[in-house]
Design a protein around this ligand. Structure first.
Ligand SMILES: Nc1ncnc2c1ncn2[C@@H]1O[C@H](COP(=O)(O)OP(=O)(O)OP(=O)(O)O)[C@@H](O)[C@H]1O
Ligand SMILES: [Mg+2]
Length: 251
């Protein structure tokens, strides 16, 4: 990265500079090749949407980036540092958090106890960090002493995002946060992501089948089909590409 003219060495990374880089990533489940040489980058302070139909490889991509699935070849770097297949506690320490598909919470634990899980691999997570999550999600704050199994789908999604934020990530990987939620709740969650990105400089890799909503909040979009990248462009350009939308995005 080049230094801005007259800039000091202590400046925050520039918006849009590469934070996460995936190069020629390949992953397979036995004979099924789920990722076939995927390369992409996600910028600092940006939302990068990864789109594509069922089975395109979106979840596998996130799982391979965060080391849950082993790649057969390729490389993942975070801020220039090779993190390919690093153990989860290393990933978390380096600033990567993954919110998996399906909003898994520990049903018998309270909301606050579930949030504490997110802070596990981070040394000093204090009251202020919890309060910040509660400020972001007032619904979660109201339910903090309730068991997680009593939450609605939307509240659960907020809880798992809050839990990931307690690990104080730079790069948040989100797998299908909109799935099965009412449009109003989806809009609320996406607006909040946008706020975190614009205000705090968080960087997000957002996997979505709901391409229209994802592109309305994202800066950049990447379209996967059968484990390969078929398009990468600004969100606005992808929204305007009728042929591509019809072929791969279902709208
Ligand atoms: N655990 C697994 N074992 C075997 N094959 C798998 C496994 N997980 C995924 N696959 C296969 O890998 C391919 C990519 O799946 P993946 O779940 O990454 O797609 P996706 O884009 O997330 O789909 P969806 O939109 O339905 O969530 C598919 O062909 C799928 O059947
Ligand atoms: Mg998936």
């Amino acid at each position: 990265m080049t230094e801005p003219a007259g800039g000091s060495t202590a400046v925050a990374p520039r918006r849009g500079s590469t934070l996460l880089e995936v190069s020629e990533l390949t992953a397979a489940y036995g004979p099924v090749r789920a990722l076939d040489g995927v390369s992409l980058r996600a910028g600092t302070g940006e939302i990068t949407a990864v789109l594509g139909a069922n089975g395109a490889g979106k979840t596998t991509l996130l799982r391979t980036i965060s080391g849950l699935v082993r790649s057969s070849s390729g490389r993942v770097t975070l801020d220039g540092e090779d993190i390919t297949a690093a153990p989860v506690e290393v990933m978390v320490r380096k600033g990567m958090a993954h919110v998996p598909e399906g909003r898994g919470v520990i049903a018998e634990l309270t909301v606050e106890e579930n949030l504490r899980v997110g802070a596990l691999f981070r040394g000093k997570v204090g009251r202020a960090e919890f309060d910040r999550v509660y400020d972001l999600f007032p619904r979660i704050a109201e339910r903090r002493d309730n068991p997680a199994h009593t939450l609605s789908g939307g509240e659960r999604q907020m809880l798992v995002i809050g839990r990931a934020l307690l690990a104080q990530p730079r790069m948040l990987l989100l797998d299908e946060p909109s799935l099965g939620l009412a449009p109003r709740i989806v809009a609320q969650i996406f607006a909040l992501l946008r706020e975190l990105v614009d205000r705090d400089g968080l960087s997000v890799l957002l996997v979505e089948q709901n391409a229209r909503s994802a592109l309305s909040v994202a800066d950049v979009g990447i379209v996967l089909n059968l484990g390969r990248v078929v398009a990468t462009d600004s969100a606005a350009a992808l929204l305007a590409d009728e042929q591509l939308r019809h072929a791969y995005l279902g709208f």
